[in-house]
Design a protein around this ligand. Structure first.
Ligand SMILES: Nc1nc2c(c(=O)[nH]1)N[C@H]1C(S)=C(S)[C@@H](COP(=O)(O)OP(=O)(O)OC[C@H]3O[C@@H](n4cnc5c(=O)[nH]c(N)nc54)[C@H](O)[C@@H]3O)O[C@H]1N2
Ligand SMILES: Nc1nc2c(c(=O)[nH]1)N[C@H]1C(S)=C(S)[C@@H](COP(=O)(O)OP(=O)(O)OC[C@H]3O[C@@H](n4cnc5c(=O)[nH]c(N)nc54)[C@H](O)[C@@H]3O)O[C@H]1N2
Ligand code: SF4
Ligand SMILES: [Mo]
Length: 748
């Protein structure tokens, strides 16, 4: 019998409400939840197509073990776990904790139990080698926040519902649906700004889907720091800075002003690609519009100076008088008693881990994770601290981190590799074990990581809507078993384990949902453990509010004193690290061999590397193509649909050109997440993405990250961010002779 169950999507950050139709414990259909207070019946194609992922015949449903001939065979959980624990013990004995590494990918952020248990495990093990998708995504945000606010975990969000001027820098919310902010129906939110008589300006090298709907301000890739310094220059020098608010909210403004002084718009136009008069006009608008906000995302994170750029975005908001103000850039809080103290303790813990420098390259850690760019070298470089065993959960770093070829080769050198995933992908194709994970609809959940990023404070939790398929298990259960196996084998006791013993919890599972119940009860709308009658508990949230519940009508202004942990609750505008980064801008040199700039882009029907196996998402013929301006195409003599070769010193890829006026001259845009070359077990993805008119595409697409550098000198120094946008490249037409291998693969 069919039954509808209420839940929510956890592929990307809007967390849209979903109705799952379940028949005999099988998920048969997903549709948007019309009664969800925020998403109100919206879901994107990926959210709907997830039913195909869930029921994918290529999904891994049993533990797989590598056979000597390289293939996989099905084994029992018992034998897999016993072998893994035994080998980890041996490696730990011979090489110490730092012989063991863990990479956890993007989907882990959407599972509270997964995140908490990986962190707990690696903390207990005390290995420095924890890696995540963060160093390819957002770690610069955490470091900029640490400098500005004294807290790594504070991030402002643009108050879309009340702003009159939104400046989007390096984000494409009409496709990505918004990131580092949770705002379902974001397209409507943006149109709402214009309907109220306001404006949306999109600063991007490409006239994106978002830019096309609003005002496009083209920028040179990686020119943002120059543009932002010039905005500050104009705000200060034209007397537009909101001095009263600055005095109240911040320290170090005089130094920031001095830092921005040499960056008059006339002096930076060359570097930012934005004409001086437009910069001056924008600065004036930001200062004079009552409610204005600047918002930046991956386009501002993945260049050479992501921490600086993110720092400057917030600084412009503050100096123009738009920080911590309705309609401006605002801070979400949990509304918990003692939240500031809790933040202080948490940050102290984070800081302790983050003071470490990596063995290779001496790079910083962020939230306890090292830059994934150096993961391959940490595996291949001999000496104390060399990684011998790697665990990968919900990640596909061969396609997502710089230089996938180097990483792939490195994986072959490991003594043990274990992955927990839904699929055999291009990364865990090299594993000794692939352990089957539950999908999001087979686990209970609460979006822990996104609680303070909601533009409308909101709580929703879900139970699993179906039992695990096959022998799939939740990540935390696997990790729990690993931990118990290792400690039973009497690894040195850690503080965490001593705590467990003291609490009499030895041999007992502490379910992660206990922690979530406490958070729901203590935060806004919660029952405060009985002090507030009728308030939320996790159980009430699940039973009485299956569509979720809004806990406050909007974000509150005037919370800066609470969220900022620097002395006096004031934002710090003059950290020396930022002055150093500004000085470093001068060191940028062009290389005539690589005259174009490569940028990334996301596609509506992809989610990084992992949804190309869903027939609904790849139907109709999709081509992974390189967007190129007609002038650049003419210069190399390539016509629309014909193949181009893009190269750097690190590698080369070939894919069809898509010639378009919607990109700045000198810029080429290529989507990431492709490059399914048949090593992974996803049969549809391996053939997708090649539908160019003349067959110039490669089935499975190509991995753009083959072009990227893993030289520690190319890693952003403050946050260890990978350099993935504004990458200098050469683009050439592919002559027929050169492209035989691709053509052969395409079968023509
Ligand atoms: N459909 C879909 N949605 C997704 C994802 C997906 O793969 N597909 N991925 C999810 C994930 S993991 C994330 S992190 C978010 C990301 O969310 P967004 O950051 O909003 O997504 P992008 O489309 O990568 O937008 C980055 C924009 O920056 C521009 N850009 C590139 N270089 C520069 C530069 O130097 N300066 C400026 N100003 N702009 C630049 C690009 O042209 C692009 O438009 O999206 C999430 N949502
Ligand atoms: N050039 C370039 N590279 C980029 C980016 C870019 O903009 N340009 N963006 C970067 C960004 S923002 C990100 S977030 C990274 C993503 O990088 P990764 O996280 O390394 O890769 P994904 O492609 O997201 O792969 C996720 C894996 O998790 C599996 N999975 C999905 N759901 C679950 C689950 O519930 N449990 C488990 N155990 N597994 C699951 C999928 O099958 C897939 O194998 O890519 C980064 N790489
Ligand atoms: S935008 Fe799409 S993928 Fe993202 S949460 Fe909503 S339905 Fe899921
Ligand atoms: Mo991401």
């Amino acid at each position: 019998m069919a039954e509808d169950k209420l839940t929510f999507c956890r592929i990307c950050e809007p967390l849209c409400g979903m109705v799952a139709t379940v028949e005999d414990d099988r998920l048969v259909r997903l549709r948007p939840d019309r009664d969800h207070p925020l998403s109100k019946g919206f879901a994107c194609p990926k959210g709907i197509a997830f039913a195909e992922v869930h029921n994918d015949p290529d999904r891994v449903l049993h533990p797989l073990k590598r056979r000597p001939d390289g293939g996989f065979e099905q084994v029992s959980w018992e034998s897999a776990m016993a072998d893994i624990v035994g080998r980890l013990r041996r490696i730990h004995g011979e090489h110490g904790a730092s012989g063991i590494g863990w990479y956890f990918g993007n989907p882990s952020a959407f599972s509270y139990s997964h995140t908490l248990w990986v962190a707990g495990f690696m903390q207990a093990l005390r290995s420095p080698h924890v890696f995540s998708a963060g160093s390819q995504d957002v770690n610069n945000r955490f470091v900029a926040s640490r400098l500005l606010y004294g807290s790594s975990i504070v991030a402002p969000v643009p108050d879309l519902g009340r702003t009159e001027l939104l400046v989007v820098v390096g984000a494409n919310p009409l496709v990505s649906h918004g990131s580092v902010m949770t705002a379902p129906r974001i397209k409507e939110e943006l149109h709402g700004i214009v309907d109220r008589g306001g404006r949306v300006v999109v600063v991007d090298p490409r006239r994106t889907e978002t830019a096309r709907g609003f005002e496009w301000l083209p920028v040179t890739p990686d020119g943002d720091a120059f543009l932002l310094l010039s905005l500050l220059h104009v705000l200060f020098e034209e007397g537009l800075a909101d001095e009263r608010r600055i005095d109240r909210q911040a320290t170090g403004a005089a130094r920031l002003r001095a830092l921005a002084r040499p960056f008059a718009p006339e002096a930076t136009a060359d570097r930012s690609g934005v004409p001086a008069d437009r910069v001056r006009a924008l600065a004036r608008d930001l200062a004079r519009t009552e409610r204005a906000a600047l918002y930046g995302r991956t386009g501002t994170c993945l260049g050479r100076a992501g921490t600086l750029t993110t720092f400057l975005l917030d600084a412009v908001n503050l100096v123009a008088g738009n920080l911590d103000r309705e309609g401006g850039s605002m801070f979400g809080t949990l509304g918990m008693p003692g939240e500031r103290l809790g933040g202080q303790l948490l940050n102290r813990l984070i800081d302790r881990g983050d003071r470490r420098r990596s063995r290779i390259g001496g790079l910083p850690s962020v939230l306890g994770t090292e830059p994934a760019t150096i993961m391959a070298k940490e595996i291949t470089t001999p000496g104390a601290g060399q990684i011998r065993a790697l665990l990968v959960s919900s990640g596909n770093p061969v396609l997502s981190v710089p230089n996938g070829d180097e990483l792939e080769a490195a994986l072959g050198e490991l003594d043990l590799m274990v992955s927990i995933d839904l699929y055999v992908n291009e990364t865990n194709a090299h594993a000794d074990y692939v352990l089957p994970a539950t999908t999001m609809y087979e686990r209970d959940d609460f979006p822990l990581a996104f609680q303070t990023l909601h533009l409308t404070p909101f709580r929703q939790a879900t139970e699993a809507v179906v039992p695990p398929a096959g022998e799939a298990r939740q990540e935390w259960e696997v990790i729990d078993e690993l931990m118990r196996g290792l400690w039973r084998a009497s690894l040195p006791l850690t503080v965490a384990e001593l705590g467990r013993r003291a609490l009499g919890l030895v041999g007992r599972r502490v379910a992660p949902r206990l922690a979530i119940d406490a958070l729901v009860r203590l935060s806004e709308g919660g029952d405060r453990f009985g002090l507030r009658r009728g308030g939320l508990t996790l159980r009430r949230l699940l039973e009485d509010h299956p569509h979720g519940t809004v806990v406050a009508p909007g974000l509150r202004a005037g919370v800066l004193g609470q969220v900022v942990l620097h002395r006096g609750g004031r934002v710090r505008l003059d950290p020396p690290q930022i002055a150093d980064e500004v000085a470093r801008l001068d060191e940028r040199r062009d290389d005539d061999r690589f005259p174009l700039r490569l940028i990334g882009m996301r596609e509506l029907r992809s989610e990084n590397s992992w949804m190309h196996n869903a027939p609904l998402l790849v139907r109709g013929g999709r081509t992974q193509a390189a967007r190129l301006h007609p002038e650049d195409a003419a210069a190399i003599g390539v016509a629309d649909g014909q193949p181009v070769r893009i190269s750097t010193v690190h590698g080369a890829i070939e894919l069809p050109a898509l010639i378009t006026e919607d990109i700045k001259v000198g810029v080429v845009a290529v989507p990431h997440g492709w490059g399914h070359k048949g090593t992974g077990g996803w049969r549809t993805a391996n053939g997708a993405g090649a539908a160019a008119p003349d067959g110039g595409g490669t089935p499975g697409g190509v991995n753009v990250n083959r072009l990227m550098s893993t030289d520690p000198a190319d890693v952003e120094p403050l946050a260890g961010m990978a350099h993935l946008t504004a990458v200098p490249v050469r683009v050439e037409a592919v002559v027929a002779r050169q492209r035989e291998p691709a053509a052969a693969l395409a079968g023509d």
